[in-house]
Ligand binder design. Structure first.
Ligand SMILES: [Zn+2]
Length: 215
């Protein structure tokens, strides 16, 4: 029997279309939410809940019990969401816009997750829900608009936002690698709710030398 991969392969980035803090609905759909003030909240289930395996997820939940954040693309995919973007005013402003500082915290968190799980930062592996919907028009994710605009960078076109985000994540990943090796861990460093967001790059467990963190 072919062995199923037991690792997470992709990260999908969202906004909640809600308020500045995570609510119960957010916690039931995303593995991590980044609130407007930069606090990171873990979801109700860990990323491993999205690894289907023999009828149960790797984290022990029944296979049907996972974080549904990206219709048609949930398996092996971590869901991260930025709190905000409630509604939309005619002049293209938002009641609760995403903030640059909030987003930087999210890009850094995603870089940490890329390092932990060995996920390369490419358009096929780290993408916005908007990009996933464009590439997978037959899924329920078609037509999603998160994240097609960053309010603090209004000149970016929708099809430029994902690339900009990946550039920021890649920059953080370089910093994480520079920080050097720490003792290997069997569990991710970021797997539980944290009261405060890390404000500076935090070293994360390196993969064994035989499995270097991909660029
Ligand atoms: Zn979404």
């Amino acid at each position: 029997m072919m062995m199923m991969s037991q690792t997470l392969k992709r990260i999908c980035i969202h906004w909640t279309a809600g308020g500045v803090k995570a609510n119960e609905l957010d916690r039931s759909h995303y593995h991590f939410t980044v609130e407007q003030d930069g606090d990171i909240m873990a979801g109700n289930l860990p990323p491993e809940s999205n690894i289907p395996q023999n009828g149960v997820s790797l984290s022990g939940q029944p296979e049907g019990s996972y974080m549904a954040h990206c219709g048609g693309g949930n398996s092996f995919t971590i869901g991260i969401s930025l709190c905000g973007m409630t509604g939309k005013n005619p002049n293209n402003t938002w009641q609760n816009p995403l903030l640059r500082s909030q987003c930087e915290t999210a890009w850094q968190l995603i870089a940490q997750l890329c390092a932990i799980y060995g996920i390369p930062v490419t358009a096929e592996t780290v993408y916005t829900h908007y990009e996933f919907g464009l590439c997978n028009p037959s899924t329920p994710s078609a037509g999603k608009i998160d994240i097609s605009v960053l309010p603090f960078m209004p000149s970016l076109l929708p099809n430029q936002v994902g690339g900009y985000i990946r550039g920021r994540i890649s920059a953080y990943l370089v910093e994480i690698k520079k920080a050097g090796a720490v003792k290997p861990k069997t569990t991710p460093a970021v797997s539980k709710p944290t009261a405060t967001a890390p404000k500076a790059p935090v070293p994360v467990a390196n993969k064994p030398a035989s499995a270097p963190v991909p660029r």
